[in-house]
Design a protein around this ligand. Structure first.
Ligand code: B12
Ligand code: SF4
Length: 507
């Protein structure tokens, strides 16, 4: 879809047809997610529900996250009798989303898909049984659909909507983005079971954790990043509006730890400083985590962030090879990564590194450089994924003629599976993932083993890689490398077990 222009001030949504919003993600059915994914209620549906409700549209939520299957749909379909069932979509949940659509249609409702996956391939959803797909930002479009359905008017051609009419796909024009994110009501937390999420966090960490979003979009342009919903637009709420949301989370739900889910948190320095000042002045006593870019995290910002409660930072490190960072159009420098990693360590802020293997152009030497960087800093947590060519990205374009079919392996998820014919066999990337796990394990043992024993283990691992694994996997002998350097930057933080890849090209 072409980038929509900044639009006029949105009209206030009017009352519309009854809408049931569904998140089809079921945590227990996803082996990777059960281990690695942090569970938060869907911010998309909470926001959409808050917006619809504020405009007078009757709305209910069905959250399958803690369910076994589609059973949480039964009661709302029977009692609430929605005229529209709106389903949030991610590539991970396609089959269940299609089953929800079938149930919705059986119940006589219009099945509408929205979210990142249906935005990048609406045809799949229309062919799979949905009546319509909402592209991009959903608030204005779903409100308009609700009004049309309430009035019994046709929805084909509506801005932001794709439908089928007589077997022909009809795409409405793009709908302008919301201009003022401050005008969004607070998320409709009360429409779902917040306590289940908070209790599960409390049991695991002793903290009541919640997620929020302060901005939409990201102005950067990494080649593999899928931005099907907000494109390269960038809009943010005012620091005051964010403070209001934080205060309410604290007051209503006794939240003491928040995750800022923005693609990149604190893109504008002045904005970030004024939010941090507000958090400190209001004495919110909230710990927080966020995703940041190494080129934006300047030392004076980090000091202030730590003061305001920063506990953990997710960093898209991706590669230890500058050549690869440039090929990915990442816009970051290795020097910046090293500087930020060192400063975070000095500030006792946990680091979660995202690393990526297999991006086109990567050689074993580039991978080796990533290992070196990883060993230099031993981040407390990490995820190493095999590059996932998400539809709609330049990376996908690059490999679209060599995508692999996963056949009958529905449990295989991106991030642990090679989804395209890459330069090297999948088993090599899987082996490299294991090597990162081994290196993380060694870093963890740094405190309990003598330097000699540690060095012998490192060297043994390296020799095994050079002399056994590499020739076996690549079918050719490679010369053994120099022994692992003795001097490593000392780790002032406990090194915790690394997390094996949840396949997160997501941020
Ligand atoms: C925050 C976030 C998370 C958080 C989720 C917090 C939460 N519970 O909401 C965490 C870290 C847990 C997470 C996990 C995962 N994530 Co994530 N995540 C994001 C991120 C950064 C923001 C999503 C968000 O909340 N946006 C704010 C809301 C308001 O926007 P939105 O979701 O787009 O919704 C708007 C529209 O899309 C539309 N809309 C959405 N749903 C619907 C439904 C209807 C009916 C309608 C009409 C409209 C509509 O209207 C909404 C309001 O305007 C996005 C990147 C991005 N910028 O989109 C990735 C992203 C959504 N994640 C992604 C992925 C892959 C995952 C994981 C599968 C990764 C993994 N393997 O572990 C898991 C999935 C877990 C799950 N439960 O489904 C991908 C999805 C790609 C795809 N095509 O499926 C994205 C796009 C990142 C990327 N570029 O790859 N994620
Ligand atoms: S990966 Fe992060 S920084 Fe890069 S374009 Fe995507 S959201 Fe922006």
């Amino acid at each position: 879809m072409p980038e929509p222009a900044r639009g006029p001030e949105p009209p206030a949504p009017g009352p519309g047809a009854r809408i049931l919003l569904v998140d089809p993600y079921v945590a227990r059915e996803d082996p990777m997610e059960r281990k690695f994914v942090e569970l938060y209620p869907s911010l998309s549906l909470l926001t959409l529900a808050g917006y619809l409700r504020a405009g007078g549209t009757p709305v209910a939520l069905a959250d399958l996250t803690f369910a076994r299957d589609l059973e949480p749909l039964d009661e709302p379909l029977r009692r609430f009798r929605p005229e529209i069932v709106g389903v949030h979509t991610k590539s991970l949940t396609v089959p269940r989303a299609l089953r929800v659509a079938a149930r919705a249609r059986e119940a006589g409702a219009l099945a509408v898909a929205g979210g990142p996956d249906s935005a990048s391939r609406p045809e799949l959803y229309l062919e799979g049984g949905f009546d319509a797909v909402v592209l991009g930002e959903g608030e204005l479009t779903i409100s308009a659909l609700a009004e049309k359905v309430a009035r019994g008017e046709p929805i084909a051609g509506e801005p932001g909507v794709v439908t089928r009419v007589g077997g022909r796909t009809v795409r409405g024009p793009p709908r302008p983005y919301l201009r003022e994110l401050d005008r969004l009501p607070l998320p409709a937390w009360d429409l779902l079971d917040m306590e289940s999420y908070l209790r599960s966090w409390e049991a695991r960490t002793g903290e009541r954790r919640a997620a929020l979003l302060t901005s939409r979009g990201c102005p950067f342009d990494c080649s593999w990043c899928s931005k099907p919903t907000f494109g390269r637009s960038f809009r943010q709420q005012s620091p005051e509006r964010v403070l209001e949301e934080l205060t309410e989370l604290k007051r209503r739900y006794r939240v003491d730890y928040v995750r800022f889910c923005d693609d990149v948190f604190g893109i504008q320095r002045g904005w970030l400083l004024s939010l941090l000042d507000g958090m400190i002045a209001r004495d919110l006593k909230l710990k927080f985590e966020c995703l940041a870019r190494v080129d934006l995290l300047k030392p004076e910002l980090l000091d202030r962030m730590r003061e305001a409660g920063l506990e953990r930072v997710y960093l898209g490190v991706e590669s230890g090879s500058q050549r690869m960072l440039d090929l990915m159009n990442r816009g970051t420098r290795l020097g910046q990564i090293r500087q930020v990693a060192q400063q975070l360590r000095e500030h006792h802020v946990r680091q979660f590194w995202f690393l990526m293997l297999g991006y086109p152009g990567e050689t074993p030497e580039d991978i080796e450089a990533t290992h070196e960087l990883f060993r230099e800093f031993s981040p407390e947590e990490y995820s190493v994924s095999i590059a996932v060519p998400l539809p709609g990205t330049r990376f996908h374009e690059l490999v679209k003629d060599r995508l692999r079919s996963l056949g009958r392996a529905p449990k295989k998820t991106g991030g642990r599976t090679l989804l395209f014919e890459a330069a090297y066999p999948e088993k090599m990337y899987r082996w490299e993932q294991l090597r990162f796990a081994w290196e993380a394990q060694l870093a963890q043992l740094r405190r309990s083993l003598s330097p000699e024993v540690l060095r012998s283990l490192e060297e043994a691992g390296q020799r095994f890689h050079d002399l056994v694994a590499t020739p076996l996997l690549l079918g050719r002998k490679r010369p053994p490398r120099e022994p692992v350097p003795r001097e490593r930057a000392p780790s002032s933080l406990p090194v915790l077990p690394g997390k094996f890849p949840p396949g997160r090209s997501a941020r």
